[in-house]
Write a protein of this length. Structure first.
Ligand code: OSB
Ligand code: MG
Length: 369
């Protein structure tokens, strides 16, 4: 297949509830939807997911747009792609910038599946149609409000709660949660807010029967995480650290974690994500699917990928109404009894609402042959 055209919607969707993490507060999600068209007129859809601030990892939506327009699209021009796996090889000359790469790579996977009249799920081994899901709960210093929020999500059926924490907001909310909800599956995510000096403090987290603790230390640290994992009973899960298969190999070799939060965009796309799944299976590392407050496009992709049976731990893939008032899809993504169905259409399985895209987005064409 040859890429003949790339169109884009730059979208901003207001969040239903502001999302606070150890590093900041999000009230609106900006993202781009990329439409990649081949020589036959088949269209693949990709989502560009980085945040506007470089506070989760270094990529931002602005840096990613420049990488896409000035460095990645030129690599696609006049290239005949036989299989989407070739895209990650083609993109290798551009260092890093995984989320920029992923937006195009996943669109080309979607395009390829659609050309072949297949659902994306059919390219993975050993899949199922219903995905167990959890919900990530932002920092909420009013513990009554936090408790109400958790009660609401549990009553809806979410199978696991991820609590965002930071120094000064960790043991108290957990104390409250364990008193009210002694048996729910709960984990915490620090988004790099602690340092090695906090090890004695973090050891107190062992008392709360947590499924895991995600990314306590810096995004480029493997050694301090390994030290903490030695001293902690609770499993450490790495998120921000993991950009490539190599990072997983390093984390495994050093004992920096026992679980991986896999986000397709953070590792540059589906091809690298598949390699990481294989590696985790071989090494018996727990791997589960994380999220980036994606729109329905990114979450449809996540559902296709999480259809692989290895993803037993509930993902950060919630229903549309957990994030947004309105979706950019013709049908929102719904959760029932703690599971979400894999969208059944071709490719990522969902269709775009042009009306919503025009309401919330700005359209332009970034490449035409
Ligand atoms: O650290 O996993 C994270 C959201 C935005 C940025 C980083 C993270 C998160 C989440 C929510 O925890 C995941 C989701 O529901 O999309
Ligand atoms: Mg995280």
């Amino acid at each position: 297949m040859k890429i003949h055209r790339i169109d884009r919607y730059r979208v901003r969707l207001p969040l239903r509830i502001p999302f606070e993490t150890s590093y900041g507060r999000l009230t609106e999600k900006a993202f781009d939807i990329l439409l990649v068209t081949d020589e036959l007129g088949t269209q693949g859809i990709g989502e560009l997911v980085p945040f506007e601030q470089p506070d989760y990892i270094e990529e931002t939506i602005d840096t990613a747009r420049i990488i896409i327009e000035n460095h990645l699209i030129p690599l696609l021009k006049n290239t005949d792609i036989q299989h989407p796996k070739e895209v990650s090889v083609l993109f290798d000359v551009v260092k890093g910038n995984q989320m920029a790469k992923s937006s195009l790579e996943t669109a080309i996977w979607d395009l390829y599946a659609k050309r072949n009249d297949k659902s994306l799920k059919e390219y993975f081994n050993d899949t199922r149609d219903h995905i167990p899901v959890g919900v990530s709960v932002g920092i909420q210093t009013d513990l009554t409000k936090l408790s109400n929020q958790i009660t609401h999500y549990i009553s809806l059926g979410y199978q696991r709660i991820k609590l965002k924490i930071r120094p000064g907001y960790d043991l108290k909310p957990l104390e409250m949660i364990r008193q009210k909800f002694p048996d729910i599956s709960i984990m915490v995510d620090a988004n790099s807010a602690y340092t090695i000096q906090d090890i004695p403090h973090l050891k107190q987290l062992d008392a709360y029967n947590l499924a895991m603790i995600e990314q306590p230390f810096a995004a480029n640290d493997f050694l301090d995480h390994a030290q903490l994992q030695k001293e902690l009973e609770t499993d450490i899960c790495l998120d921000e650290n993991i950009r490539t298969l190599k990072d997983c190999e390093l984390a495994f070799a050093l004992g920096s974690c026992r679980a991986i939060n896999l986000k397709i965009p953070r590792v540059g796309g589906i091809t690298e994500a598949m390699k990481i799944v294989d590696f985790c299976k071989e090494k018996e590392l727990l791997v589960w699917l994380g999220g980036m407050f994606e729109s329905g496009v990114g979450r449809a992709l996540n559902l296709q990928f999480a259809s692989q049976k290895g993803f037993t731990f509930p993902g950060d893939i919630s229903a549309s109404d957990r994030y947004y008032y309105e979706e950019i899809l013709t049908k929102p993504i719904e959760m029932q009894n703690g599971v979400i169905s894999v969208p059944a259409g071709l490719g990522i399985g969902v269709s775009l609402s042009l009306e919503a895209l025009l309401k919330y987005g700005i359209y332009d064409t970034i490449y035409a042959k």
